[in-house]
Design a protein around this ligand. Structure first.
Ligand SMILES: [Zn+2]
Length: 129
């Protein structure tokens, strides 16, 4: 049964190791099967990569974006709550200290200033909240 070059279609000689038409090596049936298998494997690998990049990448990006946004939101809320607690604690300490001083000194002028300070501090807290 005559065989033909798989590259250019030239009829091959029985014992030829190279095609006389194009110079490519003559592959046996087994070699040819291996070549085809290897080609298909590479093709499949490329296809999978392309499919993942085209079809699944946007979904993965969206999932990761949402995850990061959730983590950022939690962090943001935590930091805000921490800052508010700190401010409340600081203002309380400051007010209590000044009230005890005021009572100790019985100073009306200082009393007015402290009251004014407390009102300003409370307004600041309400503004932040
Ligand atoms: Zn050939």
């Amino acid at each position: 049964m005559p065989s033909y070059c798989s590259y250019c279609g030239t009829k091959l000689r029985e014992d030829g190791k190279f095609c006389e038409g194009c110079g490519n090596p003559v592959l046996s049936g087994k070699d040819m099967a291996k070549e085809i298998e290897s080609f298909l494997r590479n093709k499949l690998t490329e296809e999978i990569e392309q499919n993942v990049r085209n079809e699944i990448e946007p979904k993965i990006k969206k999932e990761i974006e949402e995850k990061i946004r959730e983590e950022d939101n939690l962090r943001f809320e935590y930091e805000v709550e921490k800052a508010i607690e700190e401010r409340i604690s600081k203002t309380k300490k400051w007010s209590l200290k000044n009230i005890s001083n005021m009572i100790k000194n019985n100073n009306i002028a200082q009393y007015t200033l402290v009251l004014l300070g407390v009102l300003i501090a409370l307004n600041v807290i309400f503004f932040i909240i």
